[in-house]
Write a protein that binds this ligand. Sequence first.
Ligand code: ZN
Length: 461
Amino acid sequence: MKSAGPPVQCDLLLESGAVVTLDPARPVIEDGFVAISCDRIAAVGSKDEASAYRAARVISCRGRLVMPGLIDCHNHLFQSLGRTLGEGLPGWEWLGRFMWPYAAQITPEETRAAVYLGAVEAALAGAACLLDHHYGRTDQAATLAVAEAIEEVGLRGVVARGVAGGYTALAERQGLPRNAFSLSGEEELAITEACIRARPPGSKVVVWPGPINAVYTDQDLLAAAVEMARSYGTGWHTHLSAPRSDPEVYREAYGVRPAVWLRDNGLLGPDTVLAHAAWLDEEEIEALGSTRTAVAHCPMSNQYVPYGVMPMRRLLESGATVALGTDGSTCGHRQDLFENMKMLVLMHRLADMDPGASSAGEALHLATRGGAAALGLDSGRLEPGALADVIAVDLHRPHLTPVHDPLAALVYAARASDVVLNIVGGRIIVEEGRCTEVDQDEVMAEAKARSRDLIRRIGLR
Ligand SMILES: [Zn+2]
């Protein structure tokens, strides 16, 4: 830390805030600052060290808590226009009667409106980055429009392009609509490749292959999609065993459990992000752990559908990376990682009937550092050199008075709507609780109008 000589010039200085760094060496600085230069954090320290820095812009964070931007590793933004529908349907029926008809009929304009809405909501809720598993309209233009919308709101992102391919016997047996599997495997791969080329690694919003589900996507197509990911140096994403029956249904069809098949075919690894993974046997947990595979834990949707309680502790012990996901707006309902952090702790405490089953510190770690590890980002912590993805939470609220333990306050008491400032890559995308890059009122009005058309057309009500 610099203490003598002329002040160091930087672009942005957040001063006088309580800083939760997620850096184990210095986890909480009661009265601290964060200095930002270009897209990186230049310095983090206590009040008395701040005078060593001068900035073009200084923002007082007095009465605020400053922390890393949150990372959402499983989402479906296109679902935002169907929020609150499908209530009470069990897993496969929810897909067959609600989500697949919705996904098959949504237009490119509706997709765009839905993605803008979800991205605005995520930005206001303190997300810095989200992985959007995009199925529904997945032609090249629609997929790239999703990436553009996320970027225009100011977020980092991964668009994992949903790869459905041919109608498998298993999809038919489970009652999924045939029209959701309209493209051949070759067409799916060609479009995915074109999208990756348009948004290669290094882009603010990248494209990855996202086979829709490890259970009912054709095995050869899934393997080819992973091969494509590896040839371009991207990650890849899919759903794995959210409904309890999935591993059994898969074993009946293929004679092996899905995560074991993925491991045996060399498809797992640190470039792999699996959503849910609620139902794993010990061999599958070992398969994910030994390959350092990442899993996106979705506590909200896992309880809502309900899918089940992911074996988080065993996965972490075995070496897997665990991150957090909000899932789509139709089963997660909000782009709200604060809610998911709290749900995570509560669901594991209740499942184990043990207050030591998880903690506020663990939930925060998963929503920041865990997400960064899963997506290969140099972020998720406030440390010099890391990407300048920083949020501030306003503590001047009755439900945040008093704060004796900042970590517990963030996870159990704070709401996503307490986020007042969101900085992604050194750029302010939310200030005083309003989006700065897009007109959030216009985005909401358009989403509302388009949702009426869509829902009427599909006849979902
Ligand atoms: Zn999902």
